[in-house]
Ligand binder design. Structure first.
Ligand code: ADP
Ligand code: 5GP
Length: 187
């Protein structure tokens, strides 16, 4: 079996990463989700070992020291990381690995795995982004402000990405991400 390739999907907060990644995983069985470790608290229906591995800061720092992460980053004040074991087990199985990670992480993955695809999801507009974040209502006003501030710098840094997909109509956006994998989408 040939080795799978990493498919990195990044976006600003509220850009639709979780929604689109879920849709991709439901449709394509030759994709595996790389489950990240994080120090942030679970929100809503999130479950440990499904959405993230939720760990303490101490555990996370021990994993860094032991070299367990292929990449890790601080995002919105919390630590997030991709474990080598998670990613490698998917790639070795022959599946492509779906990574819902931030831009800094995406660039690191591309350096280590040049065969990766880097996809950035764009919100249809800033107003729609704000609306979606408010509707999701998972953050306090203060955290929401922090996420919007980060969004502006994320949009700037996303210019180094390879593929851009506007997350307007969900089905269409999912199809476009799949087209990246199929080699049908232009850079
Ligand atoms: P992220 O994981 O990037 O932070 P989410 O997937 O949680 O973003 O999406 C943020 C909010 O926007 C969620 O409430 C989600 O249901 C909604 N959403 C995502 N994509 C769309 C879309 N194409 N059309 C309408 N609402 C969407
Ligand atoms: P959230 O708290 O909304 O789930 O995620 C916050 C941000 O952290 C998102 O941009 C998400 O893509 C990113 N993220 C999640 N896991 C990882 C990871 O393992 N590495 C990096 N670099 N970013 C991650």
């Amino acid at each position: 079996r040939t080795r799978g390739r990493p498919l990195v999907v990044s976006a600003t907060s509220g850009g639709g990463k979780s929604t689109i990644c879920r849709g991709m995983l439901e449709r394509y069985s030759d994709l595996g989700l790389s489950i990240s470790h994080t120090t942030r608290r679970p929100r809503g229906k999130e479950r440990d070992g499904v959405d993230y591995f939720f760990v303490t800061r101490q555990d996370f720092e021990r994993m860094i020291a032991e070299g367990k992460f292929v990449e890790w980053a601080q995002v919105h004040g919390e630590l997030y990381g991709t474990s080598r074991q998670q990613l490698e087990s998917i790639l070795l199985s022959g599946k492509d690995a779906l990574l819902d990670i931030d831009i800094q992480g995406g660039f690191k993955i591309k350096r280590l795995y040049p065969e990766s695809w880097l996809v950035f999801l764009l919100p249809p507009s800033f107003d729609v982004l704000l609306e979606r974040l408010q509707k999701r209502a998972t953050e306090s006003e203060e955290k929401l402000r922090l996420r919007l501030q980060t969004a502006v710098s994320e949009l700037e840094r996303s210019l180094g990405y390879e593929y851009f997909v506007v997350n307007d109509e969900l089905e269409k956006a999912i199809e476009e991400v799949q087209n990246v994998r199929l080699g049908l989408k232009k850079k």
